[in-house]
Ligand binder design. Sequence first.
Ligand code: GDG
Length: 462
Amino acid sequence: MARLVVVSNRIADPRKTAAGGLAVALGSALAATGGLWFGWSGRTVRSGDGGEGALQQQRAGNVTLATVDLAQADHDAYYLGYSNGVLWPVFHNRLDLADFDRGDIDGYRRVNRLFAQRLAPLLAPDDLVWIHDYHLIPLAAELRALGCRQRMGFFLHIPLPPPLLLAAIPQHEWLVRSLFAYDLLGFQSQTDLVHFGRYVHDEARAEHRADNVYAAFGRSVRAQAFPIGIDVDEFQRLGEADDAQETLATMREQYARRRLLVGVDRMDYSKGLPQRLRAFRRLLHDYPENRMSATLIQIAAPSRESVDAYADLRRELEGLTGAINGEYGELDWMPVRYMHRAVARKRLPGLYRASAVALVTPLRDGMNLVAKEFVAAQDPADPGVLVLSRFAGAAEQMGDALLVNPYDTDAVAQATQRALHMPLEERRARNDRLLAGLRAHDVHWWQRQFLDALQTPPLPPP
Ligand code: GDG
């Protein structure tokens, strides 16, 4: 196979176990071809100090990690401003949170152009280039403008919104035109693919030539859904290791007389955390038998703290947690354990396994890997139950979870009650089917599917 080049905003050292399933999977694909992983270094320099755009390269086994520093102002406009202040909210259906007016598009373009300028000289003619996520939508177009003719694929980790929402972004036409510089577009779900098809049909008059091939702007692009999975074996091995076992034992001892519910999320408004807390309060109100017992452990790992909407969310969660604990807490029982801190990855499988129920109730999510990790961590002989939002991409694959509308407080409370009281036989049957699905479509499958599709012969010009 040709050499693989992966490009993402942040890169991870695939040798470190803290890196997680995606980094492990991409790392093993890169190692197979002796590849290159390119992205931002995580460092910013003051604009005008001369260090911006500096390229560093290091070896991790037979993989080269290449990173660039960014000027502070460029990073703020590209990452905080346009990627997370415009694209993230709109792609998660939150037009109300998008800030279209700040002119951050210039920084977004500048950083993508800089990435292209630094990456282009590192590319060999037959490299396969795989670009990740919404930060880098125009990167292929910038590389093409520099004369790069390599096969290029793009994977969008977040949802693609319906056409009318996408059209609210002032630069929507430019963004979609940029997508046509790729040879292959990968989305998380069929829903995203349908949104893409409708947008290009209505707005770009694209011709849908054969299955999943679209011709517009003088180019052809193939688009498909490639639902991302987890590395089930790696996660289960993590669950058998001492740290996870120790966490499991501690949780079981501490909460011996309680039923645990767990939520693990980045602190993000797309994850539906206030709605989840309200549904948990409704559970305690409507089903009083759960008082003194049901205990929700909610981890909200800090994320994008300098975006305003995230600070508001944090205050709302602190208020709700205090209100629920104030209303229902007893001397020897607190209903909500809320942590605004990350938990070490090696402890997560123990936390998941100690829990009777996982509440994975995002308002919108490209996929949601926590849902998959929870299932992989269960004891098949006595598994916990997954309550999953129908608006997570994972819902298309995980119909054996209890699917809920996260906006419907009563329905989530009812599903949680059902999950807490589900008979063992039903829990096992659901878990077995979910786990078989995770194994069949794990992160290695995802990676192979995408790369196989990227290597199929190029499309004839329209
Ligand atoms: C984007 C898309 C898509 C969470 N808290 C802690 C922690 N985590 C880990 C989880 C999981 C990962 O972070 C979160 O992945 P998700 O898929 O749930 O969500 P996003 O971060 O929003 O990811 C999403 C994904 O990309 C992949 O394509 O599924 O839809 O939004 O692995 O375990 N890890 C540690 N401590 C924490 O406190 N160590």
